[in-house]
Design a protein. Structure first.
Length: 242
């Protein structure tokens, strides 16, 4: 719990969190505009609007936002002699890494709820009635995918001391995720999982148990491997000497 509290304290009043407020709004505006501009060829339902909302956030904005967050979480440790101090603390490597995963996952969960609220507001402004009951399932699967991206990005940000490089990798990962999804290889790319999860109706994720199984297993492998690799690296790192 001390690791989690320390991570929350580190992020308190962080400028990084502004991105989690602004980018979902930009994505919602873009998605709504795209939907209303092409309403003649798109499905005139809540789901048609949802696909337009999530195509931007799932592949481009959200991976980049998580990349920013994960880089910021390791930023303090990479400054000055903080890494040396970290290595002397009586905290297990597993707790250190998973504590960061937990905090980033909570922020991701709140962001997804925020995305759902923006989607609801946009739908009501357009004139839709009711609210799709599947939204909770879509958000849950999106959350699973986001945890896979979080663990991968935390691993990268732990190894790469430069703040911007992991963010660039996350941005590029979004494009790679789009490509892998288009060729049917989304299971092999963690950056595909957010959009696949959020658009779970289109991808048959909630109708096809085989696809659902592939999704969960893919996310589980990325999460588990990232945690194992990160904790192994941490266990072998010694206090840096200059």
């Amino acid at each position: 719990m001390s690791v989690v509290r320390a991570e929350y304290k580190k992020l308190k009043r962080s400028p990084i969190l502004i991105a989690f407020l602004i980018l979902p709004i930009i994505s919602a505006v873009m998605g709504t505009f795209n939907y209303t501009s092409n309403i003649d060829i798109l499905d005139s339902t809540w789901y048609g609007l949802w696909t337009q909302h999530t195509i931007f956030i799932g592949y481009f904005f959200f991976p980049t936002m998580l990349g920013l967050l994960c880089s910021y979480q390791w930023r303090v440790e990479h400054l000055g002699n903080n890494w040396n101090i970290l290595m002397t603390q009586p905290i297990s490597n597993v707790k250190l890494f998973t504590g960061k995963v937990v905090v980033a996952s909570v922020i991701s969960c709140l962001t997804l709820a925020y995305i759902g609220i923006l989607y609801y507001i946009a739908g009501k402004l357009i004139g839709f009635s009711g609210y799709p009951k599947e939204i909770l399932v879509w958000l849950i699967f999106g959350m699973i995918g986001s945890i896979a991206v979080i663990t991968v990005q935390l691993l990268i940000s732990m190894v790469v001391k430069n703040f911007a490089i992991p963010v660039g990798i996350a941005l590029g990962g979004g494009f790679l995720g789009l490509i892998m999804n288009s060729i049917g290889g989304w299971q092999l790319c963690p950056y595909s999982l957010i959009s696949i999860g959020l658009n779970s109706g289109e991808s048959d994720l909630i109708q096809n148990y085989e696809v659902m199984f592939q999704y969960v297993i893919s996310a589980f492998i990325f999460i588990t491997m990232s945690v194992l690799i990160a904790t192994t690296i941490l266990s072998k790192k010694d206090v840096n000497t200059k």
